[in-house]
Design a protein around this ligand. Sequence first.
Ligand code: PGA
Length: 251
Amino acid sequence: MVALIAGNWKMNGSLSANEALLGALAAGLPGGAAAEVALCVPAPYLAQFRALAAQHTALQAVGLGAQDVSAHAGGAYTGEVSASMLGDFGCRYAIVGHSERRQYHGETDAVVAAKAQQALAHGITPIVCVGETLEQREAGQTFDVVKRQLAAVIHANGPCISEVVVAYEPVWAIGTGKTASAEQAQQVHAVLRAQLQAATAQASRMRIVYGGSMNAGNAAGLLAQPDINGGLIGGASLKAADFLAIIGAAR
Ligand code: PGA
């Protein structure tokens, strides 16, 4: 299956910084790359991405993504962005349930499941994030935590679950420079694959990507694991050379 290398810019960027970064990416993106590339940008910059993709043909192969989506279809939800709005801007992906949303914005498993539902209903692929904290890992709860988080999305979405991308992002590895070892990550990915297998006959073609301090140095080892089908990259996606090196590591 084709690996997915998705950048998550988080709350970083500006019109001028984005233009420079996207220009550098466009210049360096390999033609016929082995991986599918996506960029999850802050919502105000979705239109800028589209305008720049009209200028730089290399960006047209990059899937545009959002970092969140509302659990509601529309109406009196000040500050929220609906899946249909993301669809208007040609979004192919929306991250849902990122640990920063769960931690700082109180998103529960049920809310995350509803967000995935909204995305799927509008033809947007949710990138569903799951992952344990350091405390949970040390208490031996890793598998239980990620399975509980994924189960909520499976139950709310029935057969459509085959259309999601799952991202395993151990919370202790996000933005900390500590990466899960390739073996640690593969163990969890295998558990998630087995859970998907029990839910859909399509599990073997579903992408389960790893996120958490993935960088140019560790990407190849992680991506070589049988159940790691790509990456969700935060910090390293803000530097063109680093992000391009990760894309190059996907084979
Ligand atoms: P990081 O972030 O690569 O900066 O650790 C990954 C993520 O949070 O998606």
